[in-house]
Design a protein around this ligand. Structure first.
Ligand code: C2E
Ligand code: MG
Ligand code: MG
Length: 689
């Protein structure tokens, strides 16, 4: 037998300790950070218990919230101590007698020196010692196989091996250890043996195939031994399936919020830290939104925690709806002031070109709240949220700063206007406020009679006669300021009032043009339709109704749809366009050339007129590319039988060139800017259309 070996020589498991006055969460983080399966809990530097994975998982499954878990109630207080200069045989006896998996090792001053696990112990008992202590061999919590290094056949094993692998003694003796390798990683044994030859011992994690074909996670420790002058391999297979399971559960618990499935505050912050350090993101910004449910305390108090939980889940889904996949959303844990689970959420928006883009994102999220929502039990609840926003250039602030800024902004929002949002940066808050006010006014624009339709003539190039007119909407607000449709139409699409506005424009233009027709004029009235109008269920009915009530001849109406909106959902658009055509109305593609539609594809749309985008007309007749494009579009339109209109013609050279290319009509400042109905009436009277 070799000389006596001492505990201090063989301790390998890292010692992590925490004071008993730490929170459960602190211990959880320690385990996760150091990847250890147990933490020694101390009081005044003396060990009073051990907190293991198992205790953690049990505690979490028995409690609703991590905050409710008291460390002192979940730890295992039955600890067995041993001094580091005792022998490993003493340790073995104490371990067997106590029935524990760990011993806490103390130094001469009674301070903790480490933790000794059963596996540490058994791996360091020499083979000849083991034969003397056959009991150890059989009582080992790990499966032990003795292997012939030449053919890797199993020559001996302990009872745990039979237990763990499911094979009988006689079966085991016919196997090689490579037979126990998982199929997915067949080289594990070979690699392990090669390393063993190089270093004399090796330790690695793998999977082990058991008799029923399933796999268990194992930690494998290989060592060489000499017995009766024969070289053998001793292999310890520690079953770590449970630990792996706990580990993955722990990762989940630490990184994800169990109620909503969102990122935990821990993951949120780590991710933000990683993002803020990104390089080569010049001129781009990172935004953090901190979102808080208004009066969540009342909901929890008056309706109970179950409803509170449902509200939190609902809010997380509603926030999620308006985000891109790459945006990260997390749930913040409650601070000490809040008696309830965290009702704060955080969103990280990356790679922003303009800080102002966050205004749109925040308004979209808010638009899903500030209204009654229906809970599962049919209960209706008014739900509002407040948002605080911070936005910084990459690499310019720490995680704590960015979150603090958002926090300050959130508190300001709560103080000034619950149910809204504010930026940490004052100027952005001002822009956002103005935008919100404009949106509010836009919703009432029809009722407040603030819209007007302007008219711009379309002139036949061959004859110089007005053959058409495009109706273009204007918003003239209370102060008499004219707001361009280019800015408010997209906003109207965003806030969902474009259908109302579009309907008003069509109705007004038809009624007005009908009075001109009644005076003997004859031309086509063009009105723009937005994408959302085309996709609206009532669009056909609405056009029909307007034509009937204005007694407007359908064949004198042309509806313009931009090329890009046609391409957004072609199948649906084609279907609707055919229905519109069946009313007798004509159709035009607006801004043609900007939407990348293929010419062959065009044939599928029931189109009468093609309007060439102003950008191609601008540089005529000097720019070679523009000439080539306009020539091609005109040739193609002619071949497909479309009427052609050039948009934005501002000078005589452009017009002369278009005449040469046989374009049918033009529209532009050369003839007239869009003008109100009275001026337009004057114009057509002068020209006697
Ligand atoms: P659009 O349909 O392509 O209208 C042509 C735009 O070009 C008009 O701008 C018109 O004023 C402008 N324009 C015409 N000739 C010239 C020119 O010679 N030079 C220059 N620089 N510009 C010219 P406007 O009125 O600001 O309208 C902008 C866009 O807003 C329209 O583009 C249209 O897409 C949209 N829009 C206007 N009214 C409505 C509407 O009632 N409903 C919908 N859905 N969209 C509308
Ligand atoms: Mg148009
Ligand atoms: Mg256009």
């Amino acid at each position: 037998m070799n000389s006596v070996r001492y505990i201090k020589d063989i301790m390998t498991s890292s010692l992590i300790q925490a004071s008993i006055d730490k929170t459960f969460d602190d211990v959880l983080k320690l385990m996760y950070q150091h990847q250890v399966s147990s933490v020694v809990i101390v009081e005044d530097k003396h060990p009073i218990g051990i907190c293991s994975y198992l205790d953690v998982i049990n505690a979490i499954s028995n409690h609703k919230s991590k905050q409710d878990i008291k460390l002192s109630e979940i730890i295992n207080k039955n600890i067995t101590t041993i001094y580091q200069d005792e022998s490993i045989y003493d340790a073995y006896q104490k371990l067997i007698q106590s029935g524990q998996r760990h011993l806490v090792v103390l130094d001469a001053n009674n301070h903790i020196a480490g933790i000794l696990t059963g596996s540490d112990l058994f791996k360091h008992i020499e083979f000849n010692e083991q034969l003397k202590f056959k009991t150890i061999f059989d009582l080992s919590p790990d499966a032990i196989l003795i292997i012939n290094p030449n053919d890797l056949s199993i020559v001996n094993f302990n009872s745990k091996a039979i237990n763990q692998l499911g094979f009988s003694s006689s079966e085991l003796l016919t196997l090689k250890i490579s037979d126990l390798d998982p199929i997915t990683t067949p080289f594990y044994t070979n690699d392990g043996v090669a390393e063993l030859e190089k270093f004399g011992h090796t330790i690695f994690e793998s999977k082990q195939r058991v008799k029923n074909g399933s796999f268990i996670d194992v930690q494998v420790f290989l060592n060489t031994i000499t017995y009766n002058e024969e070289k053998l391999i001793i292999a310890f297979y520690k079953d770590i399936t449970q630990e792996k399971l706990y580990e993955s559960k722990l990762t989940k618990i630490t990184n994800y919020d169990s109620l909503t499935g969102l990122a935990s505050q821990y993951l949120f912050k780590s991710y933000l830290k990683h993002i803020l350090l990104k390089r080569n993101m010049n001129d781009r910004f990172v935004g953090v939104l901190k979102i808080d449910i208004d009066d969540f305390g009342n909901i929890n108090n008056s309706l109970g925690h179950d409803i509170g939980d449902e509200v939190l889940q609902l809010v997380s889904t509603k926030i999620y709806t308006f985000l891109r996949q790459e945006d990260l959303i997390g749930r913040f844990e409650s601070d000490l002031l809040s008696r309830f689970g965290g009702d704060e959420f955080g969103v990280i928006i990356e790679d922003l070109k303009h800080k102002e883009d966050l205004i749109i994102i925040a308004s979209r999220i808010i638009s899903n709240f500030n209204k009654l929502i229906v809970l599962q039990n049919g209960f209706e609840l008014y739900l509002s949220i407040s948002i605080g926003i911070s936005v910084v250039p990459y690499g310019s602030a720490t995680v704590e700063e960015v979150i603090d800024f958002a926090d300050i902004a959130l508190r300001n929002t709560k103080a000034v206007q619950k149910g809204g949002f504010m930026f940490y940066d004052d100027t952005l808050s001002k822009i956002a406020k103005e935008k919100l006010e404009t949106e509010m006014k836009l919703r009432q624009v029809v009722e407040n009679n603030e819209l007007q339709v302007y008219y711009q003539p379309q002139v036949e190039i061959k004859t110089g006669k007005i053959k058409g007119v495009e109706a273009l909407v204007r918003w003239i607000n209370k102060d008499g300021v004219i707001i361009s449709p280019a800015s408010f139409i997209p906003m109207a699409e965003d806030v969902g009032c474009i259908f109302k506005i579009g309907r008003w424009v069509l109705c007004e233009a038809c009624k007005t043009a009908k009075t001109w027709f009644d005076d003997g004029c004859d031309f086509i009235l063009s009105v723009n339709l937005s994408m959302q109008q085309i996709l609206h269920d009532d669009i056909i009915e609405s056009i029909k109704e307007i034509l009937e009530s204005a007694k407007f001849p359908a064949e004198k109406l042309e509806l313009e749809i931009t090329e890009s909106s046609m391409m957004a959902d072609p199948a649906r658009v084609i279907y609707t366009l055919y229905k519109i055509k069946s009313l007798g109305v004509k159709l035009a593609i607006d801004d043609f050339g900007t939407g990348y539609s293929s010419l062959a594809y065009l044939k599928k749309f029931p189109i009468d007129t093609l309007k060439i985008d102003k950008s191609f007309i601008d540089d005529l007749p000097n720019d070679k590319d523009s000439i080539a494009i306009v020539k091609t579009i005109l040739a193609m339109a002619k071949a497909l039988g479309y009427k052609t209109i050039a948009e934005g013609v501002e000078n005589a050279e452009q017009l002369d060139f278009l005449r040469l290319l046989e374009c049918d009509l033009y529209q532009g400042y050369l003839k007239s800017q869009p003008i109100n109905k009275h001026d337009f009436k004057k114009l057509i009277r002068e020209e006697s259309v």
